[in-house]
Design a protein around this ligand. Sequence first.
Ligand SMILES: [Zn+2]
Ligand SMILES: [Zn+2]
Length: 763
Amino acid sequence: MKEYDHKKIEKKWQDIWEKKGIYRAQDKSKKPKFYGLIEFPYPSGAGMHVGHIRSNTAMDIIVRKRRMESFNVLYPIGWDAFGLPTENYAIKTGIAPSKVTKQNTDIFRKQLKAIGFSFDWSREIDTTDPKYYKWTQWIFLQFLKNGLAYKAKMTINWCPKDKIGLANEEVVGGVCERCGMQVEKREKEQWMLAITKYADRLDKDLDEVDYLPQIKLAQRNWIGKSDGTEIDFKIKGHDSVIKVFTTRPDTIFGATYLVLAPEHEMVQKLKSQITNWSEEVEKYVKEVKNKTDIERTNEDKVKTGIELKGIKAINPANKEGIPVWVADYVLPHYGTGAIMAVPADDERDREFAEKFKLPIIKDYKKAGFEDFGKRITKFKLRDWVFSRQRYWGEPIPVVFCDKCGTIPVPEKDLPVELPKVKNYQPTDSGESPLANISKWVNTKCPKCKGKAKRETDTMPNWAGSSWYYLRYVDTKNKKEFADKKNLKYWTPVDWYNGGNEHTTLHLLYSRFWHKFLFDLKLVPTGEPYKKRTSHGMILADDGTKFSKSKGNGVNPEDVVKNYGADSLRLYEMFMGPFDQAVSWNRDGMVGPRRFLERVWKISQKLSKNSSLSVLKLLNKTIKKVGEDIDAMRFNTAISSMMVLVNEMDKEEVGVKDYKKFLQILAPFAPHITEELWNMLGEKKTVHLSLWPKVDESLLEDKEIKIVVQINGKVRTEIMINVDESEEEIKKQVISNDIVLKFTNGGEVKKVIYVKNRLINIVL
Ligand SMILES: [Zn+2]
Ligand SMILES: [Zn+2]
C-alpha cells in the first residue's frame, strides 16, 4: 500500500485480533498478572459520544504496554444496565427494558469494537442478566443473614417527578440528582444496608491504597470521621440529660448556651415545661421540617432559632444554669443533635450569640481534654437506603409471611427474576409497579408453605456495580460468584480508572461490599482496588457538557469513518492533560491524522542504519513514552513521538529502529502500527512483542553550553555537540543568528576556541 488508508486496515486487524484471541486473559498462567479496570458503561439509548471513551483509551494504552512487558493482562468490559433512563424509555414507548437494553448494548459494543480496544470480549457481563443478578441477590442474602440488611421506617427523599425514593447521596442542593426537581420528604419502610458498621475501616484502610490524594480526601469527607467527646448536661429540675458532642471539650468553661436540633427528642419530652411552646416553639419546629439539610447549614443564610423558655441546662464545668435553644442549623443526625455553644471561640456561635444577645465569656479557663465526658468517634456517614420503588432493578429476594414474618428466598431458588409487565409506570402511592402483578407477588412461604407475598421493592442501580470487578475473573461460574483460585490470582484490581464523579459513592459502596465479602472469607484481600485514578471530562466544543437534549454529542463512529480509530485515539490522548476537563475541537482531528500519514511515509524510505541523531532521539523517546504512559502523561508522550518523527523525516532511518518506534506507538495507534509491522515482514503481532529496551549509553547528553565573546566581551551562550570537530564548531558559532547580530557584517580576524568552555571572535 502506497498511501495510508485506515479503511483498509482497521476492520481487518480487529477481526484478526478477535479470531486469534490475542487479548484474552489466561486464568492459569505463570506470568505475573495485571488487572486493568475502567467503569463499565451504562448503555443509554443515545449511544456513546466521544467523551465516553477517554478512560477506555487511556487504560487501553496502559494494558497494551503491560502485555508488551510480559504481563498476563485482564482488561474486561460489560454493561451496568439497570436504572432509570431505560425504564423511563419503557414507560414512554411500552417496549420492555430488557429489549431496550439489548438494543443499546448492541450499539455500544459495535462502537467500542470500532475503536480497537483490547478488551477480553469473552468476559462480557450485563448486570441485568439473571445469571449475573442471581449473585447480586445472593450477596444481599448474606447481608441479611449477617444482620447488615434491615428494614426501617425512614423519612426519605422523594422525587415527585421520577416517583422514586432517593438516597441522601442522590440529592444535590435539595434537588433530585437525575432530573433537577425539588425533593420532598416522605415516611416509608425501606431496606437499609448497615454501611456505618464499616465506617471506621473504610476511613482507616485508605492508608493502604494508592488513590490520587483528592480521591482519598473525597472518600474521607464523605465518611466524615471526627474524634470528640460526649458530655452530659443536666436539665434543672428534671431528671434527664442532654448529651452534647464536641471536638473541643477544653472550651467547656466558655459554653454559655446549648442548641438542639428542632427534631431532638428532648424538645418533645420537655414540652410541658416549655413556657413559650404554643406561641413560638411548636411553629418553628414545624417550619424546619420542610427544609433540606443544605438549606439549613448554608453559611450565608440568616440564623434563626427560638429559646426554650422555662428550661435551663447546667454547665457541668462551672455548675451555672445556661439557656437552651432550638435552631435549624443543628442537624438531628449529626453528632448527638445537640451542641454546646462557645461564642468566644466559634465564629458561628458568636454570630448567633450576638444576634440573640446571649452571653459571651471572653477569658475563660481551659479544661483538660479528659476532664469532662467520654471520648467517642462520630461519623457523618449514614446507613445506605437500599430500596427503590421501581421496576428496572434487581428484585430484593425476600417474602413476607403472616406466620413466619420476613423470610429470605432460599439460595437454591435464586435468581428471583423480574416478571414481564405491561405497564412500567411507578405508582403515586409510592409502590413499585411490581406490586400490581398479583401472580408474581403472591407466592408460597419457603418455611411454612403457607400463603406469602414477595417484596416488590428493587435494588438501587449501585448494587450491580458494587461487585462487578469480581465477576470478571470468572464470568460463567454457576456455583459461586467467582472461583476462589481465580479470585486469588486476579484480585485486587491493579489499576482502576474512572470519572471524577464516581470517586465518592460508587467507590465507597464497592469498598464496603468488598470488605463484607472479605470478612466472610469469600475474597482474598481487604481492599478491591490497589490504585485509583480519575480523568477529566471531555466537553462539547462550546465548553458545555455533551447532552442528548442539546444534540451536541459527537459520535465516535463518524470520526472513525472519516479519520480512523487510530487518529481518534491519538486525539483523545493529545488534547490536554489527562486529569483535566478539555473541550472537543472539531478541527482537532487533522493534526493526529497528518502525524500518522508521516509515520506511514517514513516506512517507504527506510535504510539499513539510522543516523546518530535519530538513534539518540529514538532512545530518549522510548524512555520518555514508557515513563509517560505509567504516569498518565499521554499528551507529552505523543508530542515526544511527534518530535521524533520530525527528525526521522530529515534523516536516515534504519529498519530496526523504525520497528522500535512502531512498538512504542502501538499502544496509542494499534492498527497502523500492526499493518506496518506486518509489512516489514513480522509474522507475529506487534502487540505481544517485547517493549523495546532503552540503551542507557545513548542517553548521555553530549550537548554542552559554551560562552561566546566578541572582542573579549561576553555576548551570548550557545549549545554545541562535544563530538564535533573544532572547525565545525567554529563554523556553527560564526553563522549563528545572534552572533551575526553582534558581528554586524564586520570582518572576522581571528577565532579562539577554549575547548568545551568558550569561543572568542576577534573582529
Ligand atoms: Zn427526579
Ligand atoms: Zn411462613
